[in-house]
Design a binder for this molecule. Structure first.
Ligand code: GUN
Ligand code: FE
Length: 444
């Protein structure tokens, strides 16, 4: 197996930080190294100790003075919406009907799906994201393209064929039976292959009939280990219409409870406008509310009360995500900058240690995958991001006055984007510079 030593400033989290001075929450090595054995991290520590146990003549990659962290995790985005980003709409439902649904219809074509999949993974990796949880389109072809490309790149990805059988164009509808059969087929073809994980994916209550919800419930019962993803309480008009479609439900959350879809592996996109009762239900189920700040601002959906949900007597588990193409950036740094600003508007503070915890270990824990990703622990997969907080002239200038690690992370979050990502490793393999080299070749 190939071995290699990667040198730089190591930062990883042991648990959620309580404050900016909570130095016990993370491990930091100012001159650190990782010994990579094939696709996993075998040792992490100071350069001196790692070098001493590494074989003589081992290949060394020196990323000093940059930071090395576990690769970013994006907990909610839409693979068939790359060409929807920056669509000009007043709100969620207009945006879905005018731009998003027509665009997703194109993913019935496997050639189109395969082409977009290449770009999708290129963009994730250029932005330092090594794992993502994605919605494909309703078509099995889209899930096939999504997972085929993940497998090719040896990436840990979660994804699902969307189930939707009403309130969308004909080309974007399945039926309860088709949604069930095709999800089963996607599971059979992809789940557990390489690092691929299939999620049961009813889009949201508006686009699934009660009969389809029952089909999703049957899948959840047959495959209790799989993740379930859907959308919840993103927009007031959406919530009102959902209530009309499910008049017997107490509230939006109750619909998913009724169909047995709420548990610790359930990822609920947005969940902005929850009642106290609904937050209690999420908490008791251990379900995860996935905050998508750039999308919530872009679509004018609302301000997600992240901090107050986290510190309730019955806390709600929270994760963070881009929600491409409602979201406006692939970058988890840009995403956390907007998350910070949303908390500011709510009179709350999100400190940069918490942000970097959320993008890495926090999201991995929300996925129940922290044993494999999201940390630099020995034995875990070598998915890494290398960050440069002086990646632009303005950042370089600001770095001259930065004194602490917290300040450096805050600068990365506030001004950083794909330019701050020096390299991205997937299962021990450097990916970003190679992608950019190939893109440069294409452009000449
Ligand atoms: N709710 C149902 N589908 C979608 C989607 O594609 N994007 C967003 N932001 N919300 C949704
Ligand atoms: Fe979404």
């Amino acid at each position: 197996m190939t071995q290699m030593l990667i040198r730089g400033r190591l930062l990883s989290f042991k648990r959620a930080p309580h404050s900016l001075t909570d130095t016990d929450s993370y491990a930091y090595e100012s001159d650190g190294a990782l010994l990579i054995d094939g696709n996993t991290i075998s040792v992490a520590g100071s350069y001196g100790t790692v070098k001493a146990i590494a074989p003589e003549g081992i290949e060394e990659i020196d990323h000093r003075p940059h930071l090395i962290l576990p690769g970013f995790i994006d907990m909610h985005l839409h693979f068939p919406q790359m060409q929807v980003i920056a669509s000009y709409a007043a709100n969620l439902l207009e945006w879905l009907n005018t731009y998003t649904f027509p665009e997703e219809c194109r993913f019935v074509e496997s050639e189109h799906a395969a082409r977009i999949a290449t770009h999708f993974y290129d963009e994730l990796l250029r932005h330092g994201t090594t794992t993502a949880v994605a919605y494909c389109s309703v078509h099995k072809t889209s899930a096939d393209a999504f997972f085929a490309e993940a497998l090719k790149r040896d990436m840990c990805m979660v994804g699902g064929k969307v189930m939707m059988d009403r309130n969308a164009p004909q080309g974007l509808l399945d039926t309860p039976q088709m949604g069930y059969d095709e999800t089963r087929a996607v599971i059979a073809d992809w789940h557990g292959k390489g690092r691929c994980h299939v999620a049961i994916t009813p889009r949201f209550a508006i686009t699934s009939t009660p009969a389809q919800m029952k089909a999703a419930q049957a899948l959840a019962q047959e495959f209790p280990d799989l993740h379930i993803q859907t959308h919840l309480s993103e927009n007031h008009e959406e919530i009102r219409y959902t209530g009309e479609l499910y008049p017997d439900a107490r509230d939006y959350t109750d619909i998913y409870v009724h169909y047995g879809l709420l548990g610790p592996k359930t990822l609920l996109g947005h969940a902005i406008h929850l009642s106290d009762r609904e937050a209690d239900v999420l908490s008791e189920a251990g379900a995860v509310a996935v905050h998508c700040p750039t999308s919530n601002l872009f679509l004018g959906s609302g301000l997600f009360p992240m901090k107050s949900l986290m510190r309730r007597e019955k806390p709600v588990r929270v994760a963070v995500a881009t929600d491409i193409g409602g979201g406006s950036s692939y970058s988890m740094l840009r995403t956390m900058d907007e998350a910070y600003k949303i908390q500011q508007l709510l009179g709350e503070r999100l400190n940069p240690l918490e942000s970097f915890y959320l993008m890495t270990r926090g999201n991995a824990e929300a996925l129940s995958m922290a044993e494999r990703i999201g940390t630099l622990e020995p034995g875990t997969d070598a998915d890494l991001v290398v960050l440069n907080a002086a990646s632009t002239p303005a950042m370089r200038l600001r770095m001259e006055t930065v004194k602490t690690l917290g300040e450096e992370l805050f600068l990365l979050q506030t001004m950083g984007d794909d330019r701050a990502v020096v390299e991205t490793y997937v299962a021990g393999k450097a990916m970003k510079r190679e992608i950019e080299r190939l893109q440069d070749t294409d452009n000449t």
